[in-house]
Design a protein around this ligand. Structure first.
Ligand SMILES: Cc1ncc(COP(=O)(O)O)c(C=O)c1O
Length: 399
């Protein structure tokens, strides 16, 4: 570490609550698929701010809109109508399904809004309140969303947790059926579990859940916080599934290209259950955030990003599978679009640390799963470079 980095580290631990384990570099600049640390070292960024910087770092159109909107109107509160917010809601609805949008600032808040909507809906249809979520899911860190998260490690030490959550096995329709009671009001599911290790929901499974929800008036909520905004090759992951639409979809992360924003999209059938005074957010959908959201969606269309993600993602997956064959400790490579995982039989953190040293940023989840989330604007040359680094690191690891 450079001396400069030492000082940064020291001050961080002195002034910042120690809730994050960080890699020993401080990032100071980003452009496209690259970031630079304080000592000037360049890294290929295959984390993309944890699926946030889908358009890469400092995309010129995002920078332009931020400057333009900042000099026009940054914030007003939701006591007033603001045009960027309405424009963004309209775009989201046109791109997804007929309904209405509530804006907030993060993924947890979007899911919190969905939980509140489910509770309100439940009250109207017979005092029901139970929400089914999936084992291995991740929905956020507020008290309700960490309870919705089907991983006890995130809940430990925070009890008593809110009541009314049940967990079922992902991709297991019989288990889902078993967990339904007369009290069940909603199910929350990530079409591809991100934090849980890039586990893809099977088409038949989601179709059966949709069918059961229709028949039993259960709200089907898709958490697309990580899968949304082009990551999987469609604007929203539910669009990878034939003829399948959720009742509610939550978004955040890449929607603002790095500017914080969250959204809950609610289909027509359920859009009247939250009414005046039921929910609010001071910053939710403010002009700066909403204008950035609009620009993000426009760039995805203008630059034909979805087609690119499908093409580049498919070939990257093949290349990673070829690489995996060389190493017995690689259990599986899986993914959709540019949301990819390499599951190992050994500890993944070591590999991530080595990759960082070699100039490639990737993430490790669940202890042994390398999560690879490049920006969607990634070039073939950048992918080649990442594969070269990864091959080199895997080839030199003791196992
Ligand atoms: C699927 C999913 N839902 C919700 C969240 C929480 O989002 P945030 O950290 O913006 O609150 C995340 C964050 O990783 C996520 O991946």
């Amino acid at each position: 570490m450079e001396k400069n980095d030492e000082l940064i580290k020291e001050e961080e631990s002195k002034y910042i609550l120690q809730t994050y384990r960080r890699y020993p570099i401080s990032l100071v600049k980003g452009k496209g698929a690259f970031v630079w640390d304080a000592s000037g070292k360049k890294y290929l960024d295959f984390i993309a701010g944890l699926a946030v910087c889908n358009l890469g770092h400092s995309h010129p159109k995002i920078v332009d809109i931020l400057k333009k909107q900042a000099t026009t109107l940054i914030h007003t509160s939701n006591l007033f109508y603001t045009i960027p917010q309405i424009n963004l809601a309209k775009k989201l609805i046109e791109l997804s399904f007929s309904g209405k949008v509530f804006f907030c600032n993060s993924g947890a808040e979007a899911n919190e809004a969905a939980i509140k909507l489910a509770r309100k809906y439940g009250k109207k249809v017979g005092d029901k309140y139970e929400i089914i979520t999936m084992e291995n899911s991740f929905h956020g860190r507020t008290l309700a969303t960490l309870t919705a998260t089907g991983q006890t490690k995130f809940q430990k030490g925070f009890d008593p947790l809110p009541e009314g959550f049940k967990y079922c096995k992902f991709n297991d329709i019989e288990d889902f059926k078993k967990k339904i009671t007369l009290n069940t009001v909603a199910v929350i599911i990530e079409p591809i579990q991100g934090e849980g290790g890039v586990n893809i929901a099977k088409a038949e499974y989601l179709a059966s859940i949709r069918d059961i929800c229709n028949k039993q008036n259960i709200l089907l909520i898709f958490d697309e916080v990580q899968t949304g905004i082009g990551r999987t090759g469609e604007m929203f992951a539910f669009q990878n599934y034939h003829d399948l639409t959720p009742d509610v979809m939550t978004l955040a992360k890449a929607l603002g290209s790095g500017f914080p924003i969250g959204a809950m999209v609610v289909s027509d059938k359920f859009s009247d259950y939250l009414s005046f005074g039921d929910h609010a957010s001071t910053f939710g959908g403010n002009p700066l955030a909403a204008a950035t959201g609009c620009a993000t969606l426009d760039v995805i269309k203008e630059e034909n990003i979805l087609e690119k993600v499908k093409r580049v993602g498919a070939s990257f997956l093949i290349q990673l599978n070829t690489l995996a064959k060389k190493y017995s400790f690689v259990k599986e490579v899986r993914g959709q679009g540019l949301m990819i995982a390499m599951e190992l039989t050994i500890d993944g953190d070591r590999i991530v640390k080595k990759c960082v040293q070699e100039g490639l940023l990737i993430n490790c989840t669940c202890g042994n799963i390398l999560r690879i989330l490049p920006p969607l604007i990634i070039s073939n040359n950048e992918i080649e470079k990442a594969l070269e680094i990864l091959d080199n690191v895997l080839g030199n690891i003791d196992n």
